[in-house]
Design a protein around this ligand. Structure first.
Ligand code: HMG
Length: 385
């Protein structure tokens, strides 16, 4: 019998500021419907310079970890493409800020937006070999393309934290994942560049083609067809993207299956519409959104997950919802977090966006958010606790 391994707890954190996409469209002289309907975004999360991937990761993880978890976790993996150091992993700092017992591995994984899934798969395999332990996986990123750039309406920021264990209380994964690697330059960020290079049309094309290729092979190799799934959850760089990929495989499916999967897709994008792209965290923000907003899912339901990281690596895998999974969710906390953010004017957003943390200058910083950067000394960031 295969062991039940999966996500026991999960939560997200987004920075406490956002821009309204209608305001952004007006400022950029674009029809607001392009952003609201064409791209599918209502709001975009923005972070000040005192909040980075460690800040997001720590706040997200704090929402889910008990004292017993801190004692049992023996591995901390951060998936990110917004690293703050070329050598030292943010997971090491996260490990200290959270107070996790010291006999643990901590490291960072990178492959664009796929990094969170690589971390999750690593965690699942570790738990299969060490069923008594727990692994903390955090996907944390800042998606920035530049002011008035083509990618600007698809920016965002935030983290998703997941505790992986045996007998998980939210979703147990099947051993059926299928990955695809293709060396394609659709989106990349050379060392030293603040913003990614991106070929927008190629990136959307590659995303769709990757999904079609993986899906076709997955359904061939596994026992599953679309009709078996209660819902599919996608990497969501902007909410229209997953839908385009989904529409590309619906032809020939029953009307019931098409309607069901499309209706669930809408539930999975509710949070992303308000936060934008979280890069590594986007698929998992989508999963949280699906589970917290789809009223008619139930224990035993099969959920498919499609992960995509530019460059490009894609993966499809699945899991089944666990009895009483609803009780593990933090729906109220998440709704409050999204509702209590401050809306920025475009001028405030542009000022915040352009204000960079200078790690070569020792300084103290003010910020009321927990785990925000309190100072920089000798290029080292210190965080409030
Ligand atoms: P663009 O050129 O600004 O937009 O680029 P467009 O001209 O392609 O229009 C977008 C959509 O808006 C179109 O819909 C238009 O028709 C529609 P579609 O035909 O595609 O269905 N539209 C309107 N709709 C209603 N009313 C209107 C209106 N006007 C136009 N008035 C693009 C858009 C997403 C390419 C750009 O923002 C970009 O480059 N973003 C960054 C790249 C990206 O997000 N790519 C996604 C796939 S790659 C990925 O997922 C990986 C990633 O997360 C990174 C990683 O892995 O680390 C990005």
């Amino acid at each position: 019998m295969t062991m039940n391994v999966g996500i026991d707890k999960m939560s997200f954190f987004v920075p406490p500021y956002f821009v309204d996409m209608t305001d952004l469209a007006v400022a950029r002289d674009v029809d607001p419907n392009k952003f609201l309907i064409g791209i599918g975004q209502d709001q975009m999360a923005v972070n000040p310079k005192t909040q980075d991937i460690v800040t997001f990761a720590t706040n997200a993880a704090k929402n889910i970890l008990s004292a017993e978890d801190l004692d049992k976790i023996d591995m901390v993996i951060v998936g990110t493409e917004s690293g703050i150091d070329e050598s030292k992993a943010s997971a090491v700092v996260l490990h200290r800020l959270l107070g996790i017992q010291k006999f643990a591995r901590s490291f960072e994984i990178k492959e664009a937006c796929y990094g969170g899934t690589a971390a999750l798969q690593f965690a699942v395999n570790h738990i299969r070999n060490h069923p008594e332990s727990k692994v903390l996986v955090v996907a944390s990123d800042i998606a920035k393309y530049g002011l008035a750039s083509g990618g600007e309406p698809t920016q965002g920021a935030g983290a998703v934290a997941m505790l992986v264990s045996t007998d998980p209380k939210i979703i147990a994964f099947n051993d059926d994942s299928l990955a695809l690697t293709q060396d394609i330059y659709d989106f990349w960020r050379p060392v030293g560049h603040d913003y990614p290079m991106v070929d927008g049309p190629l990136s959307t094309e590659t995303y769709i083609q990757s999904f079609q290729t993986v899906w076709q092979e997955y359904t061939k190799r596994s026992q599953h067809a679309l009709a078996d799934f209660a819902a599919l959850s996608f990497h969501i760089p902007y909410t229209k993207m997953g839908k385009k990929a989904l529409l590309a495989i619906l032809e020939g499916e029953s009307e019931e299956a098409q309607n069901r999967i499309l209706a669930k897709y809408e539930k999975s994008i509710a949070y992303s519409r308000k936060a934008g792209n979280l890069y590594t965290g986007s698929l998992y923000l989508g999963l949280i959104s699906l589970l917290e907003n789809a009223e008619d899912l139930k224990a035993g339901d099969l959920i498919g997950l499609f992960s995509y990281g530019s460059g490009a690596v894609a993966e499809f895998f699945s899991g089944r919802l666990v009895e009483d999974y609803q009780e593990q969710l933090l729906k109220t906390k998440h709704a409050e977090q999204l509702a209590h953010r401050k809306q920025l004017t475009i001028e405030e957003y542009e000022t915040m966006f352009s204000d960079r943390l200078d790690v070569d200058k020792d300084a103290e910083y003010e910020d009321t958010l927990a785990y925000s950067i309190s100072s920089v000394r000798n290029t080292v960031r210190e965080y409030r606790s």
